[in-house]
Design a protein around this ligand. Sequence first.
Ligand SMILES: Nc1ncnc2c1ncn2[C@@H]1O[C@H](COP(=O)(O)OP(=O)(O)O)[C@@H](O)[C@H]1O
Ligand SMILES: [Mg+2]
Length: 282
Amino acid sequence: MMAHGQVEGFLSHPPPLKGTVLFLGAADTGKTFLSRQIADRLLREGKTVCIVDLDVGQQSLALPATIAMRSLSSGDDPFSPSFERMIFIGALSPMPRMERIVEGAIRLLSYARSDAVLVDTTGFVQGEDARRFKLKKIEAIRPDVIIAIERGEELEHILSRLEGLEVFTLRPSPKVRRREREERQRLRRQKFEAYFAQEAMGDYTLNLRDVKLFPDAFPVRGERGRLIGLNGETTLALGILEAIEKDRIFFRSPIPSDKLKCVREIVLGDTGLLFEEGLSPM
Ligand SMILES: Nc1ncnc2c1ncn2[C@@H]1O[C@H](COP(=O)(O)OP(=O)(O)O)[C@@H](O)[C@H]1O
Ligand SMILES: [Mg+2]
């Protein structure tokens, strides 16, 4: 068992942090807020910071169902939502695509060149699947420090498995505001709506001999309106599937037309993802 400090105390007397810092905690424990405050402090000290957000449900930098990274230096606002690289996962919860998230996290971290890298994560911490997922992530990311925020003892089943890592265990700030499911969904819907309302939306066709599909099982009927990710090294843009016919895929996307030739893989999002967000068909 670890001693719990308060988030407030941690912030007013911050320990020196460098390297990769991973934030762990259930939903609405203040992970994102704390990571931005720490980023802000490091930036004021003249350090460079990279934020990596692996939360597919409440993604703070890019679009929902993606993971993303952003580098900051002096003068940048760590609270403003923007990203440098994103990777489309295609689900709003980590379970169905854990491997993609872990691989994607490694890819995003490979672009980080900062004094400190702050890794924000989903609030999925309960149960055996969550433990397996978190431990896999930690093993892959190899953070120098873990900042764990817990209300009770809900992280102990994960933390007790960690060896040789510096862990700060904190209690959530009393100022944390909890979000209802409807509010989370509304935030996601607004992001998708704004993204797909761009004027640069175009109709495109690609040949499936030139791009591979993930999952590679050939999709069957009812695919129109499915959310897709257009991948080069990372995700260049999201799109909405129109149809797959023989070896051609038709979709709409705000991808700049000169980027189309960089698309090497198309990731199909979970069926019904946009529909469940109240957004189909667009
Ligand atoms: N220390 C704090 N002081 C004031 N507001 C906070 C604090 N921590 C979190 N919040 C607010 O509570 C809400 C949830 O926090 P957030 O960081 O998004 O949680 P998480 O990332 O763990 O889901 C947000 O609206 C955030 O601004
Ligand atoms: Mg968060």
